[in-house]
Design a protein around this ligand. Sequence first.
Ligand code: ATP
Length: 233
Amino acid sequence: MMLEVRGIDTFHGETQALFGVSLSVGAGEVLALLGANGAGKTTLIRSVLGLTRPRRGEIRFRDKVITTWETHDIARAGVGWVPDDRRLCPTLTVAKNLALGTKATAYRSWSVAEVTEVFTALKYLMARDAETLSGGEMQMVAIGRALLGSPGLVLFDEPSQGLAPKIVSDVMAVIRRLKAEGIASVVVEQNADVALSVADRAVILSRGHVVWQGDARELAADHALKQSLLGGL
Ligand code: ATP
């Protein structure tokens, strides 16, 4: 297994956000992590990254227990992150923002040329300061930065949020390409249909509990099941 989360309880102050959450992702597998606003999806990602530590339970990355590791050590082990708020350095150029992601891990790094092959618009924006980019362009840089960090697993937090359909399909193409390379992805989405279009399996969170997990195609094809679990999402 690439990632195994076992029975984690995570709190924000005294408020419990995750209750005994377990899930796993294998090499080259894409897991859709779905659920309404406030269900705990971002908290799960923050728990894996060591940003909000679980009080109970265990997290393993490639069979190593990383529950108490520092965030930079988790990143160096090969866990990549595409945060929902992108977190670019606004006054640095696109080229410098991409370079900031570069690191060596046990996995292969994408090159800048490979990133611009998928996100062609970035090729012409390298010298622009990040703060002048559109939301979609910023998202491409955030994804490119994660790929230059040689991840074995990428955690995508709401990658389609606010993006034009063409960019959403480019992002999904990246996820498919990672899968072909044996890289695992966790795709947190409010938009279930987008995530299910690339996912192998899905986990649905509701108020911090896993309420369903199973085959993504089965969920995508079963309108009644999707409706009962996800309502209008
Ligand atoms: P969204 O799509 O809105 O980001 P989510 O599924 O990612 O939703 P989380 O952001 O993980 O959900 O939030 C889970 C719960 O934890 C919510 O009840 C939220 O209000 C609470 N929470 C999240 N961050 C904090 C924080 N920094 N301090 C206090 N409570 C928080």
